[in-house]
Design a protein around this ligand. Structure first.
Ligand SMILES: *Cc1c(COP(=O)(O)O)cnc(C)c1O
Length: 357
Protein backbone atom coordinates (compact mmCIF):
# COMPACT_ATOMS: atom_id res chain seq x y z
CA UNK A 1 0.00 0.00 0.00
CA UNK A 2 1.33 3.48 -0.84
CA UNK A 3 0.90 6.19 1.76
CA UNK A 4 -2.87 6.71 1.75
CA UNK A 5 -2.93 10.45 2.49
CA UNK A 6 -4.97 12.20 -0.20
CA UNK A 7 -6.92 15.36 -0.85
CA UNK A 8 -10.11 14.58 -2.72
CA UNK A 9 -11.35 17.58 -4.71
CA UNK A 10 -15.09 17.65 -5.40
CA UNK A 11 -15.44 19.61 -8.64
CA UNK A 12 -19.24 19.35 -8.55
CA UNK A 13 -19.15 21.17 -5.19
CA UNK A 14 -16.94 23.85 -6.77
CA UNK A 15 -19.53 24.42 -9.47
CA UNK A 16 -22.36 24.45 -6.93
CA UNK A 17 -20.50 27.10 -4.93
CA UNK A 18 -20.09 29.17 -8.09
CA UNK A 19 -23.87 28.97 -8.48
CA UNK A 20 -24.13 30.47 -4.98
CA UNK A 21 -21.93 33.34 -6.14
CA UNK A 22 -24.23 33.85 -9.14
CA UNK A 23 -27.28 33.70 -6.90
CA UNK A 24 -25.87 36.42 -4.63
CA UNK A 25 -24.58 38.59 -7.51
CA UNK A 26 -26.80 37.76 -10.49
CA UNK A 27 -25.94 40.76 -12.66
CA UNK A 28 -22.23 41.00 -11.88
CA UNK A 29 -19.33 39.51 -13.75
CA UNK A 30 -17.33 36.92 -11.81
CA UNK A 31 -13.56 36.88 -11.45
CA UNK A 32 -12.81 33.58 -9.69
CA UNK A 33 -9.78 33.86 -7.43
CA UNK A 34 -7.53 30.82 -7.81
CA UNK A 35 -4.25 32.17 -6.46
CA UNK A 36 -1.98 29.99 -4.29
CA UNK A 37 -2.64 26.93 -6.43
CA UNK A 38 -6.39 27.42 -6.18
CA UNK A 39 -6.23 27.85 -2.39
CA UNK A 40 -4.38 24.53 -2.29
CA UNK A 41 -6.94 22.64 -4.41
CA UNK A 42 -4.87 22.57 -7.63
CA UNK A 43 -5.20 25.66 -9.81
CA UNK A 44 -5.70 23.80 -13.08
CA UNK A 45 -8.22 21.41 -11.62
CA UNK A 46 -10.19 24.35 -10.25
CA UNK A 47 -9.84 26.39 -13.45
CA UNK A 48 -11.01 23.49 -15.61
CA UNK A 49 -14.02 22.93 -13.38
CA UNK A 50 -15.06 26.60 -13.36
CA UNK A 51 -13.94 27.77 -16.80
CA UNK A 52 -17.33 27.65 -18.46
CA UNK A 53 -19.02 29.59 -15.67
CA UNK A 54 -16.73 32.53 -14.94
CA UNK A 55 -15.76 35.73 -16.75
CA UNK A 56 -12.14 35.79 -15.59
CA UNK A 57 -9.69 34.20 -13.20
CA UNK A 58 -7.45 36.02 -10.73
CA UNK A 59 -4.05 34.86 -9.51
CA UNK A 60 -1.30 36.45 -7.49
CA UNK A 61 1.53 36.70 -9.98
CA UNK A 62 2.87 35.92 -13.43
CA UNK A 63 4.11 32.38 -12.69
CA UNK A 64 0.67 31.35 -11.49
CA UNK A 65 -0.89 32.77 -14.64
CA UNK A 66 1.59 31.06 -16.95
CA UNK A 67 0.83 27.74 -15.26
CA UNK A 68 -2.82 28.25 -16.23
CA UNK A 69 -2.01 29.31 -19.80
CA UNK A 70 0.28 26.28 -20.20
CA UNK A 71 -2.58 24.13 -18.96
CA UNK A 72 -4.80 25.46 -21.74
CA UNK A 73 -6.84 28.07 -19.85
CA UNK A 74 -7.83 30.80 -22.34
CA UNK A 75 -10.01 32.93 -20.05
CA UNK A 76 -8.92 36.43 -19.05
CA UNK A 77 -6.49 36.19 -16.11
CA UNK A 78 -5.84 39.09 -13.75
CA UNK A 79 -2.54 39.40 -11.84
CA UNK A 80 -3.73 40.77 -8.50
CA UNK A 81 -0.28 42.04 -7.51
CA UNK A 82 0.54 43.18 -11.03
CA UNK A 83 4.15 42.83 -12.13
CA UNK A 84 7.28 43.01 -9.99
CA UNK A 85 9.75 43.71 -12.75
CA UNK A 86 9.40 45.34 -16.15
CA UNK A 87 10.84 42.19 -17.78
CA UNK A 88 7.53 40.56 -17.03
CA UNK A 89 5.56 43.01 -19.16
CA UNK A 90 6.28 41.57 -22.63
CA UNK A 91 5.35 38.11 -21.31
CA UNK A 92 2.16 39.54 -19.82
CA UNK A 93 1.26 41.12 -23.15
CA UNK A 94 2.07 37.99 -25.17
CA UNK A 95 -0.13 35.82 -22.96
CA UNK A 96 -2.90 38.43 -22.84
CA UNK A 97 -2.83 38.70 -19.07
CA UNK A 98 -4.38 41.62 -17.22
CA UNK A 99 -2.43 43.61 -14.65
CA UNK A 100 -3.27 45.47 -11.50
CA UNK A 101 -1.26 48.68 -11.21
CA UNK A 102 -0.95 49.79 -7.60
CA UNK A 103 2.25 51.86 -7.33
CA UNK A 104 3.79 54.81 -9.11
CA UNK A 105 6.83 52.63 -9.87
CA UNK A 106 4.66 50.11 -11.71
CA UNK A 107 2.91 52.93 -13.54
CA UNK A 108 6.22 54.41 -14.70
CA UNK A 109 7.56 51.05 -15.87
CA UNK A 110 4.34 50.33 -17.65
CA UNK A 111 4.19 53.55 -19.66
CA UNK A 112 7.87 53.20 -20.63
CA UNK A 113 7.66 49.55 -21.71
CA UNK A 114 7.63 48.60 -25.39
CA UNK A 115 4.90 46.02 -25.80
CA UNK A 116 3.84 44.05 -28.84
CA UNK A 117 0.18 44.17 -27.75
CA UNK A 118 -1.82 46.44 -25.46
CA UNK A 119 -2.66 45.15 -21.97
CA UNK A 120 -5.78 45.37 -19.81
CA UNK A 121 -5.21 47.39 -16.67
CA UNK A 122 -6.97 47.40 -13.31
CA UNK A 123 -6.12 50.52 -11.36
CA UNK A 124 -5.94 49.80 -7.64
CA UNK A 125 -7.20 52.28 -5.12
CA UNK A 126 -6.54 52.01 -1.41
CA UNK A 127 -9.91 52.67 0.21
CA UNK A 128 -8.81 51.81 3.75
CA UNK A 129 -6.98 48.49 3.85
CA UNK A 130 -3.67 50.35 3.60
CA UNK A 131 -1.91 47.56 1.81
CA UNK A 132 -1.87 48.05 -1.98
CA UNK A 133 -3.10 50.90 -4.12
CA UNK A 134 -3.07 54.62 -4.75
CA UNK A 135 -4.83 56.97 -2.39
CA UNK A 136 -8.24 57.99 -3.77
CA UNK A 137 -7.02 61.53 -4.53
CA UNK A 138 -4.02 60.21 -6.50
CA UNK A 139 -6.07 58.12 -8.91
CA UNK A 140 -7.39 60.68 -11.38
CA UNK A 141 -4.09 61.89 -12.90
CA UNK A 142 -2.80 58.30 -13.15
CA UNK A 143 -6.04 57.26 -14.79
CA UNK A 144 -5.94 60.12 -17.27
CA UNK A 145 -2.44 59.38 -18.31
CA UNK A 146 -3.11 55.63 -18.68
CA UNK A 147 -6.15 56.48 -20.75
CA UNK A 148 -3.87 58.19 -23.27
CA UNK A 149 -1.37 55.36 -23.22
CA UNK A 150 -1.16 53.25 -26.41
CA UNK A 151 -0.22 50.13 -24.47
CA UNK A 152 -3.47 50.04 -22.53
CA UNK A 153 -6.52 48.17 -23.71
CA UNK A 154 -9.59 50.26 -22.91
CA UNK A 155 -11.55 50.32 -20.71
CA UNK A 156 -9.36 50.72 -17.65
CA UNK A 157 -11.09 49.28 -14.60
CA UNK A 158 -11.01 50.22 -10.92
CA UNK A 159 -10.27 47.73 -8.15
CA UNK A 160 -10.02 47.87 -4.36
CA UNK A 161 -10.06 45.38 -1.50
CA UNK A 162 -12.17 45.14 1.66
CA UNK A 163 -10.30 44.95 4.96
CA UNK A 164 -12.99 43.99 7.48
CA UNK A 165 -15.90 42.49 5.56
CA UNK A 166 -15.57 39.17 7.42
CA UNK A 167 -17.11 40.92 10.43
CA UNK A 168 -20.72 41.81 9.68
CA UNK A 169 -20.73 44.44 12.45
CA UNK A 170 -17.67 46.41 11.32
CA UNK A 171 -18.54 49.71 9.64
CA UNK A 172 -15.16 49.94 7.87
CA UNK A 173 -16.86 48.16 4.96
CA UNK A 174 -19.45 50.92 4.61
CA UNK A 175 -16.74 53.57 4.64
CA UNK A 176 -14.62 51.77 2.05
CA UNK A 177 -17.64 51.21 -0.18
CA UNK A 178 -18.62 54.87 -0.05
CA UNK A 179 -15.14 56.05 -1.07
CA UNK A 180 -14.86 53.43 -3.79
CA UNK A 181 -18.26 53.93 -5.39
CA UNK A 182 -17.86 57.71 -5.42
CA UNK A 183 -14.58 57.36 -7.29
CA UNK A 184 -15.94 54.79 -9.75
CA UNK A 185 -18.90 57.07 -10.47
CA UNK A 186 -16.75 60.16 -10.81
CA UNK A 187 -14.43 58.49 -13.35
CA UNK A 188 -17.26 56.43 -14.84
CA UNK A 189 -15.29 53.18 -14.59
CA UNK A 190 -16.16 49.53 -14.34
CA UNK A 191 -15.30 48.54 -10.79
CA UNK A 192 -14.61 45.59 -8.51
CA UNK A 193 -14.60 45.58 -4.72
CA UNK A 194 -16.29 42.47 -3.29
CA UNK A 195 -14.42 39.39 -2.06
CA UNK A 196 -16.40 36.43 -0.69
CA UNK A 197 -17.43 38.29 2.45
CA UNK A 198 -18.61 41.23 0.34
CA UNK A 199 -20.55 38.91 -1.97
CA UNK A 200 -22.30 37.09 0.86
CA UNK A 201 -22.76 39.82 3.40
CA UNK A 202 -22.58 43.24 1.79
CA UNK A 203 -24.72 43.49 -1.38
CA UNK A 204 -23.91 47.13 -2.14
CA UNK A 205 -20.21 46.26 -2.48
CA UNK A 206 -20.93 44.14 -5.57
CA UNK A 207 -20.28 46.83 -8.24
CA UNK A 208 -19.56 45.39 -11.75
CA UNK A 209 -17.22 42.50 -10.99
CA UNK A 210 -17.15 40.28 -7.92
CA UNK A 211 -14.04 38.37 -6.82
CA UNK A 212 -14.97 35.21 -4.94
CA UNK A 213 -12.13 33.20 -3.44
CA UNK A 214 -12.73 31.21 -0.29
CA UNK A 215 -16.47 30.73 -0.87
CA UNK A 216 -15.77 28.83 -4.09
CA UNK A 217 -13.97 26.27 -1.96
CA UNK A 218 -16.99 25.91 0.30
CA UNK A 219 -15.69 27.88 3.24
CA UNK A 220 -17.43 30.77 4.94
CA UNK A 221 -15.42 33.99 5.08
CA UNK A 222 -17.23 34.98 8.28
CA UNK A 223 -15.57 34.49 11.62
CA UNK A 224 -18.51 32.91 13.34
CA UNK A 225 -20.00 30.38 10.93
CA UNK A 226 -19.13 27.48 8.63
CA UNK A 227 -19.72 27.33 4.87
CA UNK A 228 -22.68 24.99 5.19
CA UNK A 229 -24.57 27.71 7.09
CA UNK A 230 -24.46 29.94 3.99
CA UNK A 231 -25.30 27.19 1.50
CA UNK A 232 -21.74 26.28 0.49
CA UNK A 233 -20.34 22.79 0.02
CA UNK A 234 -16.82 21.84 1.12
CA UNK A 235 -14.64 21.10 -1.89
CA UNK A 236 -11.58 19.51 -0.30
CA UNK A 237 -11.70 16.32 1.73
CA UNK A 238 -8.37 15.59 3.36
CA UNK A 239 -8.27 11.89 4.00
CA UNK A 240 -5.98 9.08 5.03
CA UNK A 241 -6.16 5.67 6.72
CA UNK A 242 -4.97 4.13 9.97
CA UNK A 243 -1.38 2.88 9.55
CA UNK A 244 -1.09 1.31 12.98
CA UNK A 245 -3.43 0.38 15.80
CA UNK A 246 -2.03 -0.51 19.19
CA UNK A 247 -2.83 -0.89 22.84
CA UNK A 248 -1.07 1.41 25.33
CA UNK A 249 -1.09 1.05 29.08
CA UNK A 250 -2.37 3.51 31.66
CA UNK A 251 0.11 6.35 32.20
CA UNK A 252 2.06 5.90 28.97
CA UNK A 253 2.82 9.12 27.11
CA UNK A 254 1.86 9.62 23.48
CA UNK A 255 4.19 11.26 20.95
CA UNK A 256 6.76 14.08 21.28
CA UNK A 257 7.04 15.51 24.73
CA UNK A 258 4.57 12.88 26.01
CA UNK A 259 2.11 15.73 26.41
CA UNK A 260 -0.83 13.33 26.57
CA UNK A 261 -0.89 10.31 28.87
CA UNK A 262 -3.27 7.37 28.62
CA UNK A 263 -5.79 7.61 31.47
CA UNK A 264 -6.34 3.85 31.19
CA UNK A 265 -5.13 0.94 29.07
CA UNK A 266 -6.55 1.81 25.69
CA UNK A 267 -6.43 1.50 21.92
CA UNK A 268 -4.72 4.25 19.93
CA UNK A 269 -4.42 4.75 16.17
CA UNK A 270 -1.61 6.28 14.13
CA UNK A 271 -2.53 8.26 11.00
CA UNK A 272 0.07 9.10 8.34
CA UNK A 273 -0.51 12.84 8.13
CA UNK A 274 1.42 15.56 9.90
CA UNK A 275 2.34 19.19 9.72
CA UNK A 276 4.61 18.58 6.72
CA UNK A 277 1.46 17.55 4.81
CA UNK A 278 -0.42 20.63 5.93
CA UNK A 279 -2.22 19.35 9.02
CA UNK A 280 -1.82 22.16 11.59
CA UNK A 281 0.85 21.54 14.22
CA UNK A 282 -1.11 23.60 16.70
CA UNK A 283 -4.21 21.41 16.59
CA UNK A 284 -4.60 20.54 20.29
CA UNK A 285 -5.45 17.19 21.85
CA UNK A 286 -9.19 16.76 21.48
CA UNK A 287 -9.36 18.10 17.91
CA UNK A 288 -11.89 15.88 16.10
CA UNK A 289 -10.77 13.39 13.46
CA UNK A 290 -13.17 11.05 11.65
CA UNK A 291 -12.28 7.36 11.82
CA UNK A 292 -14.77 5.16 9.97
CA UNK A 293 -16.94 8.26 9.68
CA UNK A 294 -17.14 8.81 13.45
CA UNK A 295 -15.42 11.46 15.53
CA UNK A 296 -12.47 10.53 17.68
CA UNK A 297 -10.10 12.95 19.43
CA UNK A 298 -6.57 13.73 18.35
CA UNK A 299 -4.15 12.95 21.20
CA UNK A 300 -0.63 14.26 21.76
CA UNK A 301 1.38 16.52 19.52
CA UNK A 302 1.09 16.62 15.76
CA UNK A 303 4.35 15.26 14.29
CA UNK A 304 5.85 16.09 10.92
CA UNK A 305 4.38 13.03 9.21
CA UNK A 306 1.91 11.51 11.68
CA UNK A 307 -0.79 12.10 14.25
CA UNK A 308 -2.24 9.86 16.95
CA UNK A 309 -5.92 9.38 17.77
CA UNK A 310 -7.83 7.96 20.71
CA UNK A 311 -9.66 4.80 19.59
CA UNK A 312 -11.43 3.96 22.86
CA UNK A 313 -14.77 4.47 21.11
CA UNK A 314 -13.77 2.09 18.28
CA UNK A 315 -12.54 -1.21 19.72
CA UNK A 316 -12.79 -2.87 16.29
CA UNK A 317 -10.69 -0.29 14.42
CA UNK A 318 -8.05 -1.84 12.17
CA UNK A 319 -5.12 -0.82 10.01
CA UNK A 320 -6.47 0.59 6.74
CA UNK A 321 -9.68 2.01 8.19
CA UNK A 322 -10.58 5.34 6.56
CA UNK A 323 -9.71 8.61 8.26
CA UNK A 324 -10.94 12.11 7.39
CA UNK A 325 -9.11 15.18 8.68
CA UNK A 326 -11.59 17.63 7.16
CA UNK A 327 -14.27 17.52 4.51
CA UNK A 328 -18.04 17.25 4.16
CA UNK A 329 -18.70 15.88 7.64
CA UNK A 330 -15.99 17.77 9.47
CA UNK A 331 -15.61 21.41 8.51
CA UNK A 332 -12.12 22.74 7.94
CA UNK A 333 -13.31 25.89 9.75
CA UNK A 334 -13.70 23.82 12.95
CA UNK A 335 -10.16 22.51 12.71
CA UNK A 336 -8.83 25.98 11.89
CA UNK A 337 -10.55 27.48 14.93
CA UNK A 338 -9.11 24.86 17.24
CA UNK A 339 -5.65 25.38 15.76
CA UNK A 340 -5.93 29.16 16.18
CA UNK A 341 -5.82 29.90 12.48
CA UNK A 342 -8.19 30.36 9.55
CA UNK A 343 -9.39 27.83 6.99
CA UNK A 344 -7.65 29.80 4.21
CA UNK A 345 -4.29 28.90 5.73
CA UNK A 346 -5.08 25.23 6.26
CA UNK A 347 -6.32 24.78 2.69
CA UNK A 348 -3.38 26.43 1.00
CA UNK A 349 -0.85 24.60 3.18
CA UNK A 350 -1.74 21.16 1.88
CA UNK A 351 1.42 20.25 0.01
CA UNK A 352 2.29 18.26 -3.08
CA UNK A 353 3.22 15.14 -1.10
CA UNK A 354 -0.53 14.82 -0.57
CA UNK A 355 -1.90 13.52 -3.87
CA UNK A 356 -4.90 15.40 -5.20
CA UNK A 357 -7.71 13.20 -6.47
C1 LIG B 1 -7.57 36.76 -2.32
C2 LIG B 1 -8.29 37.92 -2.85
C3 LIG B 1 -9.68 37.87 -3.08
C4 LIG B 1 -10.54 36.71 -2.64
O1 LIG B 1 -10.77 36.80 -1.26
P1 LIG B 1 -11.69 35.75 -0.48
O2 LIG B 1 -11.78 36.28 0.90
O3 LIG B 1 -10.96 34.44 -0.55
O4 LIG B 1 -12.98 35.71 -1.20
C5 LIG B 1 -10.27 38.94 -3.70
N1 LIG B 1 -9.54 40.04 -4.06
C6 LIG B 1 -8.21 40.12 -3.82
C7 LIG B 1 -7.48 41.35 -4.22
C8 LIG B 1 -7.55 39.09 -3.20
O5 LIG B 1 -6.24 39.19 -2.95
Amino acid sequence: MTRPTRAFIDTAALRANLQQVRACAPTQRVMAVIKANGYGHGALKVANALEAGVDAFAVCCLDEALHLREGGIDQPIVLLEGFFNSDELPVIATHELQVVIHTLTQFEHFVKAKLNKPVNVWLKVDTGMHRLGFAPNEIEPIYKSLKQCQQVTQPIRLISHLACADDRQDDTTEQQTRVFMALARHLNLEASLANSAGILGWPHTHADWVRPGIMLYGVSPFLDEVGKAVGLQPVMQLQSALMSVKRCRQGEGIGYGATWRCPQTMLIGIVPIGYADGYPRHAPSGTPVLVNGRRVPLIGRVSMDMITVDLRSQPNARIGDPVVLWGKNLSVEVIANLANTIAYELLCHVISRVKML
